[in-house]
Design a protein around this ligand. Structure first.
Ligand SMILES: [Zn+2]
Length: 111
């Protein structure tokens, strides 16, 4: 069983297995990893994972992105950003930067 993320008719992303860069924990389901920071971009759904054991936030390089309808996805991303007031993230790179920032903030809080 792989982890699946789907926006109906727009995009889907699959992840076979996760391994945490912080503590080395491996797994592939919600019991081990939280995915609440996942973002939708023009490139597709970029899954952002948080390890439930050590709290590390990371963007797995093993995810497979599929975009079913690029135009509709683009519209949905723009609309969602307008509706929520959250900054629009265009691609994988932007999401990874944001995850790194979250992680740095999290670590800053510990000290
Ligand atoms: Zn971990």
């Amino acid at each position: 069983m792989a982890l699946k993320f789907r926006l109906k008719g727009l995009a889907e992303t699959f992840i076979d297995e996760l391994s945490c860069p912080g503590c080395g924990k491996c797994g592939k389901d919600d019991d081990d990893f939280s995915t609440e920071h996942t973002k939708v971009t023009f490139d597709g759904i970029i899954v952002v994972v948080q390890c439930r054991r050590c709290g590390e936030i990371f963007v797995p390089g093993t995810q497979r992105l599929g975009v079913l309808n690029p135009e509709a996805l683009r519209d949905a991303v723009v609309k969602d950003s307008a509706d929520t007031g959250e900054p629009l993230m265009e691609n994988f790179h932007a999401v990874r930067l944001s995850a790194e920032k979250l992680n740095a903030q999290r670590k800053g809080d510990l000290h």
